[in-house]
Design a protein around this ligand. Structure first.
Ligand code: NAD
Length: 485
């Protein structure tokens, strides 16, 4: 292996790498070859305790610093991340299998954006003054304390930063548990924050499976939990956090609709559908996997889609020309193959793809099913792989009702040239993030998150501040106190 993928140790606690080999072994597999590229160990209860103790100690002094001082460190970390974008992107590719063509523009860069944005915002966080006659109230915006972040495997660097940056900007400490499938990248985020001057103990990384996450969530010394993961995990984590009345952010799964009207620019709509189904080999939570296409343009849409899919460059993810990589793991590949089988069995028409690619690693063909109906499994359940379901429609009201007929509410998109219809449809969507004539943009300036079963709270933007801080009201009386006796 020409590139060093084995980190110095499994965990990063109190400003240093920490190893504890008693924890369960976590093999890290490069999805493009199936090769083991690192071995880590899950945190033992002693490691979890060490991380929480360090975070609690460090948070008090961090919160006492000015926002300007805190922000400067985060912005410095953003600069280091950008300087090291190449190496961080290579590591992200090893961790996830996503092509370098993607990771070099979407991962460390997005993490750096979050550090820069919340670093810039740190100094602007204030309470307010509320005059009540000659008396008054002022509010203090205070940190929550120790925040736990738990990540999914699709965007390990981005998730580590999207949770860490606002938490730190608000004066909290963070303990981040990456997904056991992609444990490498968050360690680099911790290293970089440290190098940028973040005091020890404020950004800790502990490895492990669900039980380590659960131990962190249920510890009474933890004040907030932010999870990116599936709905079933979200249910468990939300319930465990509720037992301690903890703050939560839940970024969960989706089965988002993408509606293409007959007046849409077909090439743009096909481009949106490709971005919303095949980027990161379909392993994106907000993907528009139910593509409703107006019956008048359906065949034209499918023909153009198949032509453009032929241009996908499937291969070595490290080759900058490669635009489509493997699934993150053998397990995820098999889950997706099962769904493809269900699509066939339930009568959907396979337009293209549908099989594993005959090469090392966990590669699947980009897959499109047409003539999908609302009741089919592939139209109801989150697949989290490169499988697009195309459904027909004729009428706006009908398609909106069908688009919203799901337990999820993460994202939704519409392609049309009719401005009135575009905004009417966006307003009617039951989803946290909507797109008009585009799909899957996620700039740090905009709130991101789900409604219905897809989540609670918002990441990014000013909205994230509300989820990493709390207001204290201080009443000040200038006149005399009137007591009844
Ligand atoms: P997952 O739910 O299996 O695991 C997510 C994380 O939770 C992992 O780190 C896992 O170790 C941990 N975990 C599992 N059980 C736990 C427990 N009982 N207590 C605490 N932590 C526990 O999800 P995944 O397979 O890693 O990721 C795919 C899912 O994530 C998909 O459903 C996808 O839609 C979702 N996702 C959502 C967003 C978003 O922003 N909404 C982004 C990316 C992925």
């Amino acid at each position: 292996m020409p590139y060093e993928t084995q980190p110095p140790a499994s965990h990063f606690i109190d400003g240093a790498y920490v190893e504890e080999k008693a924890g369960t072994e976590i093999p890290v597999i490069y999805p493009a070859t199936g090769e083991k590229i690192a071995t880590l160990h899950a945190a033992t209860p002693a490691i979890v305790k060490q991380a929480i103790t360090a975070a609690r100690r460090a948070q008090v002094e961090w919160a006492a610093m000015t926002g300007t001082e805190r922000g400067r460190i985060l912005r410095r970390a953003a600069d280091i991340m950008r300087d090291r974008n190449h190496d961080l992107s290579v590591l992200e590719t090893f961790d996830t299998g996503k092509p370098y063509q993607e990771t070099s523009v979407a991962d460390a860069t997005s993490g750096a954006d979050a550090l820069e944005y919340f670093g810039g915002m740190a100094a602007t966080l204030t309470g307010e003054h509320i005059q009540l006659g000659e008396n008054w109230v002022y509010t203090r915006r205070e940190p929550l304390g120790v925040c736990v972040g738990i990540g999914a495997w699709n965007y390990p660097t981005q998730i580590a930063c999207w949770k860490g940056a606002p938490a730190l900007a608000c004066g909290n400490a963070m303990i981040f548990k990456p997904s056991e499938t992609t444990p490498l990248c968050a360690l680099k985020v911790a290293e970089i924050l440290c190098e940028a001057g973040l005091p020890a103990g404020l950004y800790n990384v502990v490895q492990g499976m669900g039980d380590v996450g659960a131990a962190l969530v249920s510890d009474p010394r933890v004040d907030k939990v932010s999870l990116t993961g599936s709905v079933p995990t979200g249910r468990k984590v939300y319930a465990a956090a509720a037992a301690g009345i903890k703050h939560v952010t839940m970024e969960l799964g989706g089965k988002s609709p993408l509606i293409v009207f007959d007046d849409a620019d077909i090439d743009n709509a096909v481009g949106g559908a490709i971005l919303g189904n095949f980027y990161s080999s379909g392993q994106v939570c907000s993907n528009g996997t139910r593509v409703f296409v107006h019956s008048a343009i359906k065949e034209k849409f499918l023909t153009r889609l198949a032509e453009r899919l032929d241009n996908a460059v499937i291969g070595d993810p490290m080759d900058p020309a490669t635009s489509f990589g493997p699934m993150v793991s053998e397990r995820q590949m098999n889950i997706v193959l099962d769904y493809i089988e269900k699509g066939r069995a339930e009568g959907a028409r396979l337009v293209t793809g549908g099989a594993r690619i005959d090469r090392d690693g966990y590669y699947l063909q980009p897959t499109v099913f047409a003539d999908v109906t609302d009741d089919m499994t592939i139209a109801r359940e989150e697949i989290f792989g490169p499988v697009m379901a195309v459904l027909d429609f004729d009428d706006e009201a009908e398609v909106l009702a069908r688009a919203n007929d799901t337990e999820f509410g993460l994202a939704a998109g519409v392609f049309t040239r009719d401005l009135g219809r575009a905004h009417r449809v966006a307003a009617a969507f039951q989803a946290g993030t909507c797109y008009i004539n585009t799909y899957n943009d996620a700039p740090v300036e905009a709130p991101f998150g789900g409604s219905k079963m897809s989540g609670v709270g918002r990441e990014n933007s000013k909205a994230a501040i509300e989820h990493y801080s709390q207001l204290k009201s201080v009443f000040v009386r200038m006149d005399d106190v009137e007591a009844p006796f």
